[in-house]
Design a protein around this ligand. Structure first.
Ligand SMILES: [Zn+2]
Ligand SMILES: [Zn+2]
Length: 205
């Protein structure tokens, strides 16, 4: 696949493990993201979801509560977008689940529903990698200010089902690749209408 752009890695992106998660899976994701985005991808400290983030009735964690804690990591020395990666099921109020979500410069994905085991199928590491990359690139795209795309083969298409995720993969369509390339430049090199200058306060899925 093509990379977004050839520029130097000016963007610092932190991957934050949310609760307990397989370190091998995280490293696979780190390398994958560094390979497709012009970013210096590092690990941040583990974030333990606070007790209030868990909804016992649903048996799920609030994506918004975790995103708010992740957003607090987007300032300071390691500033730049933050991608939280969880292995617990996530929800937002009006949906039964979400694969991921983003709020301002904070992005979050859950690998729980990306594993074949969740669907009572045999574990498949390659499939998990592709799905993780797809969800991660999508949410990072939102954290850079990107919106949804109507091309079902573009990573910025909204996934309602795991089938949508598998169909689109983690490649941008031509238009979105251009937008991402522009948005992933340092703030000094971009125009005044860049969405990052007025980050969205709405949660994006
Ligand atoms: Zn697109
Ligand atoms: Zn989305």
């Amino acid at each position: 696949m093509e990379t977004v752009q050839e520029g130097k890695a000016d963007i610092r992106l932190q991957i934050v493990p949310v609760g307990a998660i397989d370190p091998g899976v995280l490293e696979m994701l780190r390398q994958g993201i560094a390979g497709v985005l012009p970013a210096d991808v590092r690990f941040g400290e583990v974030l333990e979801p606070r007790a209030g983030a868990y909804d016992a009735k649903r048996g799920q964690y609030s994506a918004e509560a975790i995103l708010n804690d992740l957003a607090a990591r987007t300032s300071g020395e390691l500033s730049g977008p933050v991608l939280g990666v969880a292995d617990c099921d996530l929800y937002v109020p009006n949906l039964t689940f979400v694969f991921g979500a983003a709020l301002g410069p904070a992005a979050l994905i859950s690998i729980t529903r990306l594993k074949q085991e969740f669907y009572s199928l045999k574990a498949d590491r390659d499939m998990l990698y592709t799905r993780m990359m797809t969800e991660a690139v999508h949410e990072i795209g939102h954290s850079y200010g990107m919106r949804h795309c109507f091309d079902p083969g573009c990573v910025m298409f909204f996934s309602r089902t795991i089938g949508d995720t598998d169909r689109k993969g983690f490649d941008f369509c031509e238009t979105c690749r251009e937008t991402m390339s522009r948005l992933s430049k340092p703030l000094l090199e971009i125009s005044e209408d860049d969405p990052r200058l007025a980050p969205s306060l709405n949660i994006m899925l």
